[in-house]
Design a protein around this ligand. Sequence first.
Ligand code: DAK
Length: 258
Amino acid sequence: MSQYTTIVTETRGRVGWVTLHRPEALNALGSTLVAELADAVVAFDRDDAIGAIVITGSERAFAAGADIKEMAGRSVRDMSVDSPFAALEEVSRVRTPLVAAVAGYALGGGCELAMMCDIVLAADTAVFGQPEIDLGVIPGIGGTQRLARAIGYYKAAEMVLTGRRMPADEAERAGLVSRVVPAADLLAEAGEVADRIASRSLPVVYAAKQALRASQETTTAEGLRLERTLFASLFALDDQTEGMAAFVEKRKPQFRHR
Ligand code: DAK
């Protein structure tokens, strides 16, 4: 897929940018947008010239959730076996670090998309929420699991059971976002963070993300075993030799991503 209609993609240096672009529907995650988003993120992930991916929306909305108008008439089978949202799982599985730059609404699937990312930067205008309960459903792509891990059971339970929205400053205190910045600075900050990641050795960054992800998905003992194995394996890389030599020689490392 090269011609996208609901997202805009761009490469800046070693960073892939994906901007959700359905302004008429506050970037609601319809099946076309989900397919295009997954296609773009997976394509950047497969590209060795890309070291980090930024996902962002508009000033008004990161994404206002799944497209309710499209979802309204669907059946149990549509939402399970043939779910168009299955592609979003691919986004959560990529090796490349994902930076979410969130302004405005991040509701339902929009909040869940942000939580699939590794770093969530929020504009001071950002509002997070899982309002599915108001629609007669529950979150279905991570909103009960990732949210509870991110902000703790009790805050997550209040959001999921009542649909309460959480503003950016509270989301930062709760641990859902790493940093809140003025809305006008959001994209520049996201670009800086992504550039910083992308300037590091790609295989080392992959290993760091893999180990971090294990902390959310496995036991501590299994995670520690994986971390130790990955750590030792990095001593086979030229970039480990270079990184440590550069420190000793008091110069900047020149990573070659191998
Ligand atoms: N879907 C479709 N259209 C939406 C939308 C959405 N989620 N959100 C907004 N829009 C549309 C509005 O209908 C409106 O279109 P027109 O009526 O002008 O044609 C336009 O965007 C502007 O919205 P508003 O006029 O409502 O703007 P306001 O500023 O007044 O309000 C709002 C903004 C974000 C507070 C409000 O639009 C709102 O409450 N939106 C719905 C938010 C929401 O409930 N999101 C959760 C959706 S449920 C799964 C798959 C998916 C999911 C789960 C499981 N599996 C396969 C397991 C995900 C579920 C969800 O995300």
